[in-house]
Ligand binder design. Structure first.
Ligand SMILES: [Fe+2]
Ligand SMILES: [Fe+2]
Length: 175
């Protein structure tokens, strides 16, 4: 069984928690803590990092930060360990199919806006061919790749939200 790091300290940001609080407390979302994502990061830790960075990025750009936060938190709600998962006969590989699975699970538990659905369904572009239709979807798509790279290659301290935000802020500022 793969060892998973505990969650990093949660961001202290009332606006963010106003957007995602009910989702965060839901057992289906919390169950992502059981599943490894990249390196020692759980799916829950990954989705939280993607949600928060996407939220801050969209807030700064005057986009729908709430939808980015909610869609970001749910974007990998596929609810299995993809490292050991064996697709059923006729089912495609995880990389291609999990956005649809995550969307189906998210719809089961939550009422989603069209922007949130776009965020979840299109986040694997360009592996899946359709570019997100919304700016929020494009932000989450890029943030997802950024967080995934950090989780795969960086040491744990770099994954704390403060450290992530610092790097992301520097990137956005073009410094
Ligand atoms: Fe994903
Ligand atoms: Fe992801």
């Amino acid at each position: 069984m793969r060892r998973l790091r505990p969650l990093p300290p949660l961001p202290r940001d009332d606006g963010f928690w106003d957007a995602v609080g009910p989702l965060w407390r839901h057992p289906a979302v919390q169950s992502m803590a059981r599943y490894p994502q990249h390196g020692e990061a759980s799916c829950l830790s990954h989705c939280l990092a993607v949600a928060y960075l996407s939220y801050r990025c969209c807030l700064r750009r005057g986009l729908d930060a709430r939808a980015a936060a909610r869609g970001g938190l749910l974007h990998d709600l596929f609810l299995y360990d993809w490292h050991t998962y064996r697709p059923a006969r006729g089912e495609g590989l995880h990389g291609f199919t999990h956005p649809r699975r995550a969307l189906e699970n998210a719809r089961r538990y939550f009422a989603l806006t069209p922007v949130e659905e776009d965020v979840i369904l299109r986040h694997m572009w360009p592996l899946t061919p359709r570019l997100p239709a919304t700016a929020e979807g494009r932000v989450v798509t890029m943030v997802d790749k950024y967080v995934s790279l950090l989780e795969t290659f960086r040491r744990p301290a770099s994954l704390e939200p403060g450290a992530l935000l610092l790097r992301w802020g520097v990137l956005l500022a073009g410094k």
